[in-house]
Design a protein around this ligand. Structure first.
Ligand code: NAP
Length: 315
């Protein structure tokens, strides 16, 4: 149970970490606004939180109209006071060889994870600034600190979230607004299923075989994944702290990989990442000889002639 009840809005609360967080915070006595883009899922969250102070509001973070409508709803709920805490959680990951991911998919990834997060933040910030109080909690990832093979595009969105959050933390502090980052490790949610759902589009790329091996390996990795309650608790710590930390890594064991990436020489780290991603000539089945573009012997007479012509006096 928290010391003070706060009005907290959670984006992407229809599944996984966001859903668990919304219910966990409501159980702690906070007044929660669980948001998402699927009305049927929001209704289930409301049912699960029966008896708790939890309301639901439709919010697609990629739509300005949807954001404006959600701000109006929050104004109504809070009687014009605005939010105490905004939890920017909505996000997803695209998995695939970085060079082969289409421009459209890359933009789609940034629209939600980066521009969506910033647009929602901009929309709820004015009331916090007016009151000189508030808190923004951004769900990043351990992938905002290290880059994994095939997660280059997703990881780059989380690196962006890390940098934007650092700058917001400096810039909003004078207004009494705190900014905290949550950096989850591997968590058992729909995230992995969404990430692997588009893998067939890489079947005709040079990475097809390695991607298949990686997909099989990622299925077995599920048993190392943590329950989303671990992240809900980390978010609750950031909500309830007098002054939140800049970063919450959860579960704690995830720190190990961050330290390793900082301590290992780059060549050793790269070798490990290539092993993880099956990025060896053998695993990629690069047994055929590479295409060579043999140099053609230079026709010296042409060069001589051209040079002589160039130096001939003009008529
Ligand atoms: N699971 C992990 O291992 C892990 C690790 C590190 C970081 N994270 C981060 O944790 C956050 C939550 O992911 P999760 O693991 O809980 O995955 P999840 O189970 O797939 O849940 C993602 C949530 O985000 C919502 N969402 C996606 N696009 C949205 C949009 N445009 N507008 C509003 N909501 C949207 C989804 O709603 P729909 O059902 O409508 O799509 C869903 O409610 C993400 O930011 C993710 O990057 C996850």
């Amino acid at each position: 149970m928290s010391t003070t009840s706060k009005l907290v809005l959670v984006t992407g609360a229809t599944a996984g970490i966001g859903r668990m967080t919304a219910i966990h915070l409501a159980k702690q006595g906070h007044r929660v606004i669980a948001t998402g883009r699927k009305p049927a899922e929001l209704a289930k969250v409301k049912l699960e939180a029966a008896g708790l102070s939890l309301e639901t509001v439709l919010l697609d973070v990629t739509s300005q109209a949807s954001i404006a409508a959600a701000v109006a709803e929050v104004d109504r709920i809070s009687k014009g006071r605005g939010l105490d805490v905004l939890v920017n959680n909505a996000g997803f990951g695209i998995l695939g060889p970085t060079s082969e991911i289409t421009d459209a998919d890359m933009r789609r990834q940034y629209e939600t994870n980066v521009f969506g997060l910033m647009n929602v933040t901009r929309a709820f910030l004015p009331k916090m600034r007016e009151r000189r109080a508030g808190r923004i909690i951004n769900v990043s990832s351990v992938g905002g600190r290290i880059t994994l093979p095939y997660f280059g595009v997703y990881n780059s969105t989380k690196y962006a979230v890390e940098s934007l959050s650092d700058a917001l933390r400096y810039e909003l502090r004078p207004f009494g607004i705190d900014v905290a980052l949550i950096e989850p490790g591997v968590i058992r949610t729909n995230f992995e299923a969404t990430a692997v759902s588009g893998l067939e589009q890489f079947a005709s790329t040079p990475y097809a075989l390695a991607m298949r091996k990686y997909e099989n390996m990622s299925k077995t990795a599920d048993r190392f994944a943590s329950n989303p309650i671990v992240i809900a608790r980390a978010i609750a710590r950031a909500v309830n702290a007098g002054r939140p930390s800049a970063r919450y890594v959860a579960p704690r064991s995830t720190n190990m990989i961050i330290w390793m990436s900082a301590l290992l020489p780059t060549r050793m780290w790269d070798w490990m990442m290539r092993k993880v991603g099956f990025l060896t000539p053998k695993a990629l089945d690069l047994s055929g000889s590479p295409v060579t573009h043999d140099r053609q012997p230079i026709d010296v007479s042409v060069v001589k002639r051209t040079s002589a012509e160039a130096h001939a006096p003009a008529n």
